[in-house]
Design a protein around this ligand. Structure first.
Ligand code: ZN
Length: 581
């Protein structure tokens, strides 16, 4: 998030991390010789083609081509951005992530600091605002809960924050950037939040990234959030997730509600596992975040029409995250009730009893709604049902979960699963082709004959980087006009600059590189030899490439034999001598 992470640290992290431990906590690994095998988490399969090499520190799937290091796995499997994956892995091996302090990182830190200061100011001001305290008390919020969520108050004034944290053009600009100030058309700046109970929104690390504010009087809008800023993205953050993680060691279930007051109302009654989205439908990114800390997510909505429509939107966004081992459900409250009012009226036990008995699984909700809308007794109706189900099913990741859902849908409409699948396929391609394609795992690519020599050399280095230390000097590669020759040379230089490099480090060094990013694809060729043999083969390949480079150079020089300079003539003689002709 802030500051670049030095490559040397990534190297150390990969040297210390045990890929078997990282993947083993998320997959069923079975030892097979020197490697481990598992059912691939990235495509649907019945026999394991997902292979992990503890020595080399990487994994590869021969079915779908997925590959990477422990770090890459956290990014793909846990859906973490790079920096968060580094942090996660560092946490596992007990390392602190160092930062190269960039100007951008300093700016970001100052933004967080500014928001933290504002949160402190609002908290202080709540103590001097009897009307705000009275409001909270009337809603049943006690002091402990208010303190836990760092609740505050923004008085009915234009310049509360501006006066305290502004003062010069630079500071005002920063306040504007983080959304604490706003500006009218005439350029006048003033406090965005006025006469509101303030709810600081904290990210997973506890930093304040934005605010929600509920108006105390009858002003509009009733709820106001910080705008999107460099540190606040509504589609990513969830109100209350940080606090839930603080309160609970193990989170068996998270309940997604609509408002801050719902989170706080539930927490006050001891239900500390509620989170709220920030005025938007739950995004797939938010859901991925929730599933990092729990296996069960329940969406809680008002049982009225609007609530059901919102639930359907949540369902659509949740589909890409639905897979075996995860539970997604919907709880519809009696019409006109929200979690806050309901828990206040009937208590925590009754609310938890609803969670235990009334939650509708995602599959039920989906099938019920689809089946209700069409006449499944008619041929037309079934075709329409297939039409409507297609884009939804296409959003599901392939796997057991998808198959079960298909079966359930088939049973409900009185069709065989195979027949339904045919109906689903019949109308394709539909509007969602791109998404369907994205949801379908890449087919194993046909092996394209013999891999080129350059590819073969790269492949051996990937498995046994140290081969580059003793192999021939790669300078000749510069004159070799073959695809990948420049990459090969750069990889050799990289290894020579880092003699202790492991295969996993090598992969990570090239993560950001447009050409090198595809290095890992080479892993779909299995190397069946040990390191010593790989080094020997590498040497042999390099010698062959050397011969080829020499021949090319000889041809090039011979072509203009009459115009060669002295040095070139000498070079040509040496080349001919070296090639033994
Ligand atoms: Zn796979």
């Amino acid at each position: 998030m802030s500051g670049r992470i030095p490559q040397a640290f990534i190297d150390e992290l990969l040297a210390r991390a045990d890929i078997i431990e990282v993947l083993g906590s998320r997959l069923q690994l079975r030892k097979a010789g020197r490697e481990y095998k598992a059912l691939c988490p990235f495509h649907n399969e019945k026999t394991p083609s997902f292979t992990v090499s503890p020595d080399k520190g990487f994994y590869h799937c021969f079915g779908c081509g997925a590959h990477g290091t422990a770090l890459g796995f956290l990014m793909e499997h846990d859906r973490l951005p790079f920096v968060e994956a580094v942090e996660e892995l560092a946490g596992m091996v007990g390392l602190e992530v160092p930062r190269e302090d960039s100007p951008a990182a300093r700016v970001q830190r100052s933004h967080h600091e500014l928001l933290a200061q504002a949160a402190r100011i609002y908290r202080e001001l709540l103590k001097d605002a009897p009307q705000a305290v009275a409001y909270l008390k009337a809603r049943g919020v006690d002091g402990t809960t208010a303190a836990r969520y760092h609740l505050g108050f923004a008085p009915d004034a234009w310049d509360t924050v501006q006066l305290r944290l502004g003062g010069n053009p630079e500071a005002e600009q920063a306040l504007l950037t983080v959304g604490l100030l706003t500006e009218n058309e005439r350029g006048r700046r003033y406090d965005r939040f006025r006469d509101r109970i303030m709810f600081p929104i904290r990210d997973l690390r506890g930093r304040v990234v934005g605010f929600g504010g509920r108006v105390l009087g009858d002003g509009e809008p009733k709820y106001l959030n910080s705008p999107e800023t460099p540190v606040f993205h509504k589609g990513r953050e969830l109100y209350g997730l940080y606090e839930a993680r603080q309160a609970l060691r193990q989170i068996g279930r998270l309940v997604v509600v609509e408002g801050y007051m719902d989170v706080i109302g539930l927490a006050r009654h001891g239900i500390a596992y509620a989170v709220a989205t920030l005025g938007t439908a739950t995004t797939a990114e938010q859901l991925a975040r929730l599933f990092r800390v729990t296996d069960e997510v329940v969406f809680c909505f008002d049982g009225d029409r609007a609530g059901r429509a919102a639930a359907w939107r949540a369902l659509e966004n949740a589909l890409p995250e639905a897979r075996e081992g995860r539970q997604i459900g919907f709880l519809f409250l009696p019409e006109g009730e929200d979690p806050d009012s309901l828990v206040a009226r009937e208590g925590a036990n009754a609310f938890e009893a609803r969670l235990a008995t009334e939650v509708q699984p995602l599959s039920d909700f989906l099938v019920e709604r689809l089946a209700r809308e069409v006449d499944t007794d008619s041929v037309d109706g079934r075709a329409r049902l297939a039409e409507q189900a297609r884009p939804l099913l296409a959003r599901l990741p392939p796997g057991v979960y998808r198959e079960l859902l298909l079966e359930k849908l088939a049973a409900t409409v009185g069709l065989g699963a195979a027949r339904l699948e045919k109906l689903l396929a019949a109308g394709a391609p539909g509007v969602d082709t791109a998404r369907e394609r994205a949801a379908t795992p890449a087919r194993p690519r046909p092996r394209s004959g013999r891999a080129s020599l350059v590819r073969q050399a790269l492949l051996r280095l990937l498995h046994c980087p140290q081969a580059a230390l003793t192999g021939p000097d790669p300078d000749f590669l510069a004159s070799l006009e073959r695809p990948g020759a420049a990459l090969l040379q750069a990889v050799i230089d990289d290894i020579r600059a880092h003699p202790q490099i492991t295969p996993a480090m090598l992969l990570e060094h090239w993560r950001e590189h447009p050409e090198g990013r595809h290095l890992g694809r080479l892993l779909d060729t299995e190397l069946l030899v040990d390191d010593e043999a790989a080094a020997e083969e590498y040497r042999d390949i390099m010698l062959r490439l050397g011969v080829e480079a020499r021949r090319a150079r000889i041809e090039q020089l011979s072509a203009r034999a009459g115009t060669l300079e002295e040095a070139e003539k000498a070079e040509l003689r040496a080349l001919i001598a070296a090639s033994g002709r």
